[in-house]
Design a protein around this ligand. Structure first.
Ligand code: BYC
Length: 470
């Protein structure tokens, strides 16, 4: 489906046929650009970056690469192709035709979910705002900007839904999405992880691996929605999300690669003095980012999640591939509960356990990535394994938030936590050390000493391509 690039807002939703919506979005556009100017990548707005833009939503058309100054990026509204005769595939309305309009009784709930999803997008741009100034290479700088402009587009995707389907309330929410600020005491972003700082590139790679992966699973569940415009929007967003996780996974792989090379070449574990990041520090960053990201799935037992499902608004990951009744009224699902100084599995209602089920899918996906990282370590003959911490470790949300739990999954006393948490989470010293490595490298084809160059460039370009130019 071709995208109309001639209008002020590129789109494939026939915006020019809907004057009211077009006006609402054209009024929001300059406010978005002001926000981008204030909160987007600091210091690089006039530079030309080699970015990918969608020119149509089919598999060939959306990967068009060219140099662009970020403020000139064509943010727009792109929905995946409609599926003929699509149905609501789960919950009380299973089998009914998918909704093209918001069902009146679900208006509030849907708006809330769309706002929560939308809020994460500008939040991540705000969190990453200063990273361009310490990039390890032009290749990495370009990847950062690609992620940033696409998060901006994901905000557009949610604002489109708010403006198109939620009238005045939707317009107010669209404004509020540009008012909240990541980490702000008075008007913070909605979800915890999006108020954490991303002060260095190690944090950025961990964020794009762990937190963008939450995006993958949340978007995939919303892509199952009976509200068809939400489903189509999320399906297209998922194609962009894949690149963000690639940036995270390969970013950490390259850090590990460099660390292992130094360990091997200098026959030492003390790689810090050679300007690399030691594996135990990587483990601590991993522990932190995994734990704040598993929080994003909400409480283990959630009536909200049960309601979203029963209403047909938010499904499971790969809902239509699961072989059950897609109603779950009598089904159960295993969840963990604290028992002694550890945990045991108990049966819970499958409906209220839906957050936990999605978290299970997420944890399994993370584990596959960690396994690939460990293969790099193994290939270097080094006896060290990165591990995902126990899911109850360092939680702020849900039933484990009250507990102190070690990464191995042992419930510990406050005193033991106080004595040991420096071994489990990055300390001030660790953070200062990582930040001390963050010196910008902007010469074409050069890479910072703490990270290996990528195996290949973007869009078949060489690794010494001028990915960002003056
Ligand atoms: N922080 O029943 P509960 C992405 C609130 S990432 C703060 O436990 P529920 C991206 C919850 O709102 C994907 N508050 O949870 C990645 C509720 O508040 P109220 C983002 C939290 O509702 C990288 C209360 O606690 N998309 O795209 O079942 C870069 C009890 O709720 C948190 C979505 O999240 C938290 N971590 O599920 C860029 C999808 N967790 O109602 C982008 C839309 C829970 O009592 N959101 N609370 O005031 C949802 O589906 C659900 O809102 C949640 C929570 C899964 C987040």
């Amino acid at each position: 489906m071709a995208i109309d690039y001639n209008s002020r807002i590129p789109n494939n939703v026939n915006l020019s046929d809907n004057r009211r919506l077009q006006r609402a979005l054209e009024e929001w556009q300059p406010k978005f650009l002001d926000w981008w100017g204030d909160m987007g990548p600091a210091g690089f707005q006039a530079r030309e970056a080699y970015l990918r833009t969608a020119i149509s939503v089919d598999s060939q058309g959306w990967a068009h690469f060219d140099y662009v100054k970020m403020p000139d990026y064509r943010w727009g509204i792109f929905l995946a192709e409609p599926e003929a005769d699509r149905k609501v595939n789960f919950g009380d309305h299973k089998g009914e035709a998918a909704w093209q309009e918001v069902p009146g009784e679900y208006r509030g709930v849907l708006r809330r979910l769309i706002v929560t999803q939308g809020d994460t997008e500008p939040a991540s741009v705000e969190q990453q705002r200063l990273l361009g100034q310490t990039c390890p290479s032009l290749y990495d700088m370009r990847n950062l900007f690609q992620v940033n402009v696409e998060e901006g587009r994901h905000l557009w995707a949610m604002v489109y839904l708010l403006d198109a389907y939620f009238g005045r309330d939707g317009r107010e929410e669209a404004e509020a999405l540009l008012q909240r600020r990541s980490g702000d005491d008075d008007k913070p972003r909605i979800l915890g992880a999006f108020n954490e700082a991303t002060p260095d590139w190690l944090s950025f790679f961990m964020f794009t691996f762990f937190t963008d992966r939450d995006g993958k699973f949340q978007l995939a569940s919303l892509a199952e929605s009976g509200f068809d415009p939400l489903s189509r929007t999320c399906r297209f967003m998922l194609t962009e999300e894949a690149h963000h996780m690639f940036v995270g996974e390969t970013g950490i792989s390259r850090v590990i690669q460099r660390t292992c090379e130094i360990m091997r070449d200098f026959k030492t574990d003390d790689v810090r003095k050679h300007g690399a990041i030691d594996l135990p520090t990587l483990q601590k960053y991993l522990n932190f980012h995994f734990s704040v990201s598993v929080d994003l799935f909400g409480s283990e037992i959630s009536t909200n999640a049960a309601n979203y499902y029963t209403m047909g608004i938010k499904g499971r990951f790969d809902e239509t591939r699961i072989g059950d009744d897609h109603k779950l009224t009598d089904a159960s699902y295993k969840v963990l509960e604290a028992h002694g100084d550890g945990f045991r599995e108990v049966e819970a209602s499958a409906l209220t356990a839906l957050n936990e089920r999605l978290r299970d899918d997420y944890v399994a996906d993370c584990a596959r990535g960690v396994m690939r990282w460990n293969q790099i370590i193994k290939r270097h003959g080094i006896d060290f394994e990165l591990k995902l911490p126990h899911r109850a470790f360092h939680r702020q949300i849900g039933q484990f938030a009250e507990l102190k739990v070690s990464p191995e999954g042992k419930i510990v006393s406050q005193a033991e936590w106080d004595a040991r948490h420096h071994d489990w989470l990055p300390t001030e010293d660790d953070r200062l050390f990582v930040i001390s490595l963050m010196k910008p490298v902007t010469e074409i084809g050069k890479y910072a000493g703490w990270i290996a160059p990528p195996a290949r460039g973007i869009n078949n370009q060489p690794v010494d391509f001028e990915y960002v130019r003056a």
